[in-house]
Design a protein around this ligand. Structure first.
Ligand SMILES: [Zn+2]
Length: 189
């Protein structure tokens, strides 16, 4: 079975499992839906889905950090890097940035690469390789899009970085794979 590093660690400490109709991740229940269903939900009300994804991204990361802190106190075996996310991350802190990327990648929205991060200005530039939403959009519409389509991804990024910066920020997609670019690019802050 191929799993990302972070899920392997979580599986090992029983903080991730799929069994008996339940997907448990860090003490929370998750639901898996086909990407086409997520795209349809997004098309019903884009700004509402952006807001929901933003709240959810913030809560998921805050929950993961709290859970990691409590859990490491209880068992002394946990991914310290997740707990360290509670502190502000610096440009040189490659370990924490890598962990943040690994956490984001669990969403299944595509592979996150943080290109620039500025904690003082609360800004970041993030690339998403092989966006699930962009791929699904092109498959469904059988053409390139005139505008960027990864609204839910922008929402999750806004929530995650609002937590990291300790200040509410928004996220805009400035380049999308559905427009024919080689990857999606998001500006945060
Ligand atoms: Zn996109």
């Amino acid at each position: 079975m191929a799993l990302s590093g972070i899920l392997k660690k979580l599986l090992f400490v029983r903080q991730f499992d799929i069994d008996e109709g339940k997907i448990n991740l860090l003490g929370n229940r998750e639901i898996m839906l086909h990407a086409s269903a997520i795209l349809e939900l997004q098309e019903m009300d884009e700004s509402k889905l952006y807001d929901l994804a933003k709240k959810s991204g913030f809560k998921n990361l805050a929950g993961a950090v709290e859970h990691a802190q409590v859990y490491s106190r209880m068992k002394g075996v946990f991914v310290d890097e997740i707990a360290a996310l509670g502190k502000k991350i610096g440009e040189t802190d490659q370990g924490t940035i890598k962990t943040l990327q690994e956490i984001f990648n669990v969403y299944g929205l595509g592979e996150m690469v943080i290109q620039e991060i500025d904690n003082k200005a609360n800004q970041a530039l993030v690339a998403i390789k092989d966006s699930t939403i962009a791929g699904e959009w092109v498959r469904k519409n059988k053409r390139k899009s005139k505008s960027a389509v990864c609204t839910i991804t922008a929402g999750v990024l806004a929530g995650v970085f609002s937590y990291i910066f300790g200040k509410e920020v928004d996220c805009a997609e400035i380049k999308c794979k559905a427009q024919g670019n080689s990857f999606c690019l998001f500006k945060i802050g």
